[in-house]
Design a protein around this ligand. Structure first.
Ligand code: IPM
Ligand code: MN
Length: 343
């Protein structure tokens, strides 16, 4: 008998609704005979907010907390003021569910054109801290809308929060090419940067096989386009990781092939998996959104639950699909079917 997992599904807005069913279908097919899934659907996102003002009602959040993992499509709508859904839904889930590892792999697939002239082999993963830094919401504003207005955003870095994500990065590096690049700005952010570096140095001693080096964030943005194959695991804080992973998505041919995981690595709460792309209102409803990134997020979910082989099946199917058919114009349904047939 295979174990049954409960998955919270938050399709969200726009193309999120169109691609998420394919992530579920891939999950089912890849784990057939190994795991079974039941789904709890949550109507959250811009459309819900515009309809009844709800962002993340407590009762719904409690039900999400009780699941084994979360599949998220995309949230966002240009009609809603910036910050409302980001802080009230996405970041609230990341913080309340203590998803301290934001895991973002970047791989240049054969058959995808990189904007770089000589991309080389690109296959790295960004381990972005997910619950601290400038995202904490520490700060405030006084004398708003006056010429003397003051606005502060404070970056919070705790030794506890840094050490746990550093440990995750070393463990991940052991399963990969055993190299970590810490990215920060320790020449200017001397308090936080120095703490990150000392913790990496200390934890690194427990992993003598893993080499680690350091790059300032500004230099890292150059290396990402000039020599991306140098990277294996990039370890960085919340905001630097946010910026760097958008650039990473671009160098591997666009965010259409990138998935991410917001991971509570202590497994106290469910982790959340999503394609990196947004709700794309311009193409929503047309049936042409590419479900590949959503399907890859299902593979990350499976790997998180311990189904490495099932996850590898999805990864291989996606890789083969892109190599053979990546440059063809296909509907959402066609790409979904093509990938599923290979799983
Ligand atoms: C991301 C997004 C979010 C972030 C926003 C929407 C809050 O840009 O997942 O990278 O900044 O983390
Ligand atoms: Mn981002």
């Amino acid at each position: 008998m295979s174990k049954t997992y409960t998955i919270a599904v938050i399709p969200g807005d726009g193309i999120g609704k169109e691609v998420t069913p394919w992530a579920q279908a891939a999950l089912e097919k890849a784990a057939e005979g190994e795991a079974a899934f039941t789904y709890e659907h949550f109507d959250l996102g811009a459309e819900r907010y515009l309809r009844d003002g709800a962002i993340l009602p407590e009762e719904e959040e409690e039900r999400i907390k009780a699941t084994d993992a979360i599949l998220l499509g995309a949230v966002g709508d240009p009609r809603i003021k910036a910050g409302i859904l980001e802080r009230g839904l996405l970041l609230k889930l990341r913080f309340d569910l203590d998803q301290y590892v934001n895991l973002r792999p970047s791989k240049l697939y054969k058959g995808v054109t990189s904007p770089l002239a000589n991309p080389g082999d690109i296959d790295f993963v960004v381990v972005r801290e997910g619950t601290e830094g400038l995202y904490c919401g520490a700060g405030g504003a006084v004398r708003r809308d006056t010429p003397a207005e003051v606005a502060t955003e404070v970056s919070i870095n705790t030794a506890y929060g840094v050490e746990r994500v550093v440990r995750y990065a070393f463990q991940l590096a052991m399963k990969r090419r055993k190299h970590i690049t810490l990215v920060h700005k320790k020449n200017v952010l001397v308090n936080a940067g120095d703490m990150w570096q000392r913790i990496v140095d200390r934890v690194g001693k427990e992993y003598p096989e893993v080499t680690h080096d350091y790059s300032h964030i500004d230099a890292a943005t150059i290396y990402l386009v000039s020599d991306p194959s140098r990277f294996d695991v990039i370890l960085t804080d919340n905001l630097f990781g946010d910026i760097l992973t958008d650039e990473a998505g671009a160098v591997v041919g666009g965010v259409g092939y990138s998935a991410s995981g917001c991971i509570n690595a202590s497994n106290e709460y469910p982790s959340m998996f999503e394609p990196i792309h947004g709700s794309a209102p311009d193409i929503a409803g047309k049936g042409i959104a590419n479900p590949t990134a959503a399907i890859l997020s299902a593979a990350m979910l499976l790997r998180h639950l311990g189904f490495d082989e099932a996850a590898a099946k999805i990864d291989a199917a996606v890789e083969a699909d892109i190599e053979e058919l990546g440059s063809t114009q296909r509907s959402t349904e066609q790409v979904g079917k093509d990938i599923l047939a290979r799983i």
